[in-house]
Every structure is written in structure tokens, then in C-alpha cells.
Design a protein around this ligand. Structure first.
Ligand code: CTP
Ligand code: CA
Length: 233
């Protein structure tokens, strides 16, 4: 029996993936970031390529090599990530695994901020564009399957179900990223998959991030019948 990853189940499909954190500049030498390692998104890109898909990975700054057989585009800030995602469309499947910074510094300095007698100057924070919601709610070129992640430290199921509705995506892969779980930066993951129009989530047991990726790609392939043709603009 072929493992789904070896079965070319996504041959001919174009898959767009975001991964990693974003870095939001404060000044030329400092930034705001988060603890995302990019491992889960990179594992999904690798699994999608192994399943025969044409994969574009838009990645924030991570310490991981470009996955083999994947077109990897490196970006720093959320706005650059959105621009590259839009350039990469159309896609059959979009998977937003990046831990996008929710806010950026509106008054980022062109020069290094210096210490003064008055202490640190205040940073004006403004909200970043929501890349997942922007793509999921597009009138044209919306990928037929749009998948988001929900990283939560509490009330995982309630928050994930609310996110599914709020973002306009088709699936939300939710995980508990409390420090005690070791998921943020670690090699294993335990997820619940919320699907639009499904009453209950699929609760997957704890497994490696590579296994989550393989299972997610297999689950995606099941939803696309081999003969179904995706309309292209
Ligand atoms: N996301 C995105 N762009 C943003 C923020 C989030 O594309 N500016 C995507 C993430 O890649 C993920 C999903 O939205 O697929 C949920 O991210 P999350 O941070 O859990 O949700 P938020 O809507 O930002 O809500 P909060 O951080 O307040 O929980
Ligand atoms: Ca967020």
C-alpha cells in the first residue's frame, strides 16, 4: 500500500503555504517577533511536494533550509508576506501556517533609536493586514480550499470555531501552544481540525509535525476528486 505522501495525490494541484513568524521593524536594527519555528509549515510544504503538488512557500525568517522541490520565497514583515501571497495566486489550496505578527510599529525609525534622558520613545502600534482573511474573502481568485491555523493558549475549541467563522476560511487547524505543551518550537503537535459545515472537529492524537503534515495533505487530497477540474481565470 502506498503511503498518501507517495501516491501523487495532489499531482497537478498548486498549493500556496505561509510559514514561520514575521519580523516587524522597530528601527533598522530591531524588530518585534514571536516564537514560531516554521517547522509545521515547512513540513506541510514538504508533504505537499511529495504528493506531487506544485508548491509555493512564503516564509518568514526561520532557521530551516528551503524544502526540496518547493519554490520558497523569503519575507520579513507581514505586509511583504501578503504581497508575495497575492503574487503567488491563483492556487487550488492555500494553507496559512504562518504566525503573522498582529501589530507592527507605525512609527518605525529610519535610524537606530538612541537612548535619551527621557527613556524609550513610545511605539505606535497598528494592526497588520490579516492575510488569511484577505485571501479567504477575495471575490476573485479565491483558492477553492483555504485553510488557517489557530494557535491558542486557552479555550482552544471555542476560539478555533469562532476563527473559522470570522475569517471566512474552509478549515481551521487548531492547536494548544501553551508553553507546557512544547509545541511552539518543538517537533510534535496535537491538533483539532474544524471544517465549515461540520458540527464537530476532527480530534487528531499527538504526533510529529511531519505526521500532522502528511495526514493533512492526505485529508486535503480526499476532498479533491482526481477528475475534478479547478476553474482557472
Ligand atoms: N493570520 C494571517 N494574518 C494575520 C494574522 C493571522 O494570515 N495578520 C492567519 C494565521 O496564519 C493563521 C490564522 O490567521 O492561519 C489564525 O492566526 P491567529 O494568530 O491564531 O488568529 P488571529 O486572528 O490573529 O487572532 P488572535 O491572535 O487574537 O488569537
Ligand atoms: Ca494572531
Amino acid at each position: 500500500l502506498l503511503k498518501p505522501s507517495q501516491a501523487q495525490t495532489l499531482k497537478g494541484r498548486r498549493v500556496l503555504i505561509t510559514a514561520g513568524p514575521t519580523h516587524e521593524p522597530i528601527d533598522p536594527v530591531r524588530y518585534i517577533a514571536n516564537r514560531s519555528s516554521g517547522k509545521q509549515g515547512y513540513a506541510i510544504a514538504t508533504a505537499a511536494a511529495a504528493a506531487g503538488a506544485e508548491v509555493v512557500l512564503v516564509s518568514g525568517p526561520v532557521n530551516l533550509p528551503d524544502p526540496a522541490g518547493v519554490r520558497t520565497i523569503r519575507v520579513e514583515a507581514a505586509r511583504d508576506m501578503l504581497a508575495e501571497v497575492e503574487r503567488a495566486l491563483p492556487a487550488d489550496i492555500a494553507i496559512f501556517a504562518a504566525a503573522v505578527a498582529d501589530w507592527r510599529v507605525a512609527n518605525a525609525g529610519a535610524q537606530k533609536i538612541k537612548k535619551t534622558a527621557h527613556g524609550m520613545p513610545p511605539l505606535d502600534m497598528v494592526e497588520n493586514p490579516d492575510i488569511l482573511a484577505t485571501i479567504a474573502r477575495r471575490a476573485s481568485n479565491r483558492p477553492p480550499l483555504v485553510i488557517g491555523f489557530a494557535a491558542e493558549t486557552e479555550h482552544v475549541a471555542d476560539n478555533a470555531a469562532a476563527k473559522l467563522a470570522r475569517k471566512g476560511c474552509d478549515w481551521i487547524v487548531a492547536n494548544d501552544v501553551s508553553p507546557a505543551t512544547g509545541i511552539m518550537g518543538g517537533d510534535s503537535n496535537a491538533v483539532q481540525v474544524f471544517m465549515k459545515d461540520h458540527a464537530a472537529p476532527e480530534i487528531w492524537p499527538a504526533m510529529s509535525k511531519d505526521e500532522v503534515a502528511a495526514r493533512l495533505i492526505a485529508r486535503i487530497a480526499e476532498t479533491f476528486s482526481p477528475t475534478e477540474s479547478i476553474p482557472r481565470p
